[in-house]
Design a protein around this ligand. Structure first.
Ligand SMILES: NC(=O)c1ccc[n+]([C@@H]2O[C@H](COP(=O)([O-])OP(=O)(O)OC[C@H]3O[C@@H](n4cnc5c(N)ncnc54)[C@H](O)[C@@H]3O)[C@@H](O)[C@H]2O)c1
Length: 297
């Protein structure tokens, strides 16, 4: 319903997550608006400074919420994350060792779970191995390793991201079907479409649903919204300076001052200019941002 509020010429500087959201993409285009997505503002070292604080919140919450859902009365199998003396620790599998994955890892170690983290970026795994040593298991991510780890997992946290693109379904139905009833999957990547074929966005009021074999899926697309005090401060800390620059200098002037804003532009004056989003919607026209900016100026 908010789509009808988008006005011609407006600048939308906020989280957009357009790749899984055709209607919003078309809404911004039709209105001739400019959409700068927090989640694709990118530094030269490839880091995503405006996504990071919310990923940190979501990663930490994933362990708190996931461990709660493992309680029997919440639909879980009733295993305590760290176990107690003489019992097994819960097996936590974290897919993706970026900001959210590392935040989840830190919490899982704090609660003394048996934790494995997978990524395709060896440098991130090496960094974590150096820091945490034999407190964790690091694994290079591929379908085989994911299948074997997910089968035995009590809690799976998925944090995979291909910036701007729809999330790949790395966790297949076969993998989900191999899990024990009462195991939990927290799909943090749901805001980019989700990491499993059955992920669908849920809300804090009713955050979980069950698969046919009794696995509990948690797919809240706005996890930071559960902790608005922390999240609002954390977000304002990083977004304010760019917001002020856009207000003072306009989009083009702000980009001159802060070049990292440029990859943040998903839609420029109604034209779709972000490659990964155009790949998700091949029927929409893709334009070159550089050329459009030259013409506009
Ligand atoms: N649900 C929510 O409320 C919420 C909140 C914040 C962030 N998020 C989402 O969480 C996701 C993660 O964000 P982030 O900031 O941690 O991203 P990030 O880029 O820091 O980390 C993503 C990681 O996924 C890894 N990856 C890519 N392909 C992989 C594969 N095949 N196997 C294993 N790992 C792979 C990357 O190498 C990277 O380390 C994003 O989709 C983001 O939008 C969701």
């Amino acid at each position: 319903s908010e789509l009808s509020l988008i006005k011609p010429g407006q600048i939308h500087y906020r989280y957009l997550h357009l790749a899984p959201d055709y209607d919003q993409t078309v809404g911004l285009m039709k209105a001739g608006a400019t959409g700068i997505a927090f989640e694709t503002v990118e530094m030269t070292n490839r880091s995503l400074p405006l996504l990071a604080p919310m990923s940190e919140v979501a990663g930490r919450e994933a362990i708190i919420f996931g461990s709660n859902i493992l309680a029997k009365h919440m639909g879980g199998k009733g295993i305590l994350l760290g176990g107690v003396t003489g019992t097994a620790r819960a097996k936590v599998v974290i897919v993706g060792a970026g900001i959210a994955g590392q935040a989840a890892l830190k919490m899982a170690i704090g609660l003394e779970a048996d934790v494995t983290i997978l990524d395709v970026d060896i440098s991130k795994l090496k960094y974590l191995d150096d820091i945490y040593g034999n407190k964790i298991n690091t694994l290079y991510s591929n379908a085989g390793k994911l299948a074997s780890k997910i089968k035995d997992a009590d809690l799976v946290i998925s944090t995979v991201l291909i910036p701007g693109a729809k999330c790949p379904h790395l966790i297949s139905m076969d993998m989900i079907n191999s899990m024990e009833a009462g195991s939990v999957i927290v799909d943090i990547s749901i805001d980019q479409g989700g990491s499993t074929p059955i992920s669908r966005p849920t809300y804090h009021e009713n955050p979980t649903f069950l698969t046919e074999n009794g696995v509990v899926m948690y797919c809240c697309a706005n996890m930071p919204g559960a902790m608005p005090k922390t999240s609002s401060y954390a977000l304002a800390n990083v977004t304010l300076k760019y917001g002020l620059a856009i207000a003072d200098l306009g989009v083009d002037g702000a980009i001159n001052k802060f070049p990292e804003l440029k990859p943040g532009i998903n839609v420029y004056q109604g034209k779709l200019v972000y490659k990964h989003i155009s790949e998700a919607f091949p029927n929409l026209n893709f334009d070159n941002l550089e050329e459009l900016m030259l013409v506009a100026n």
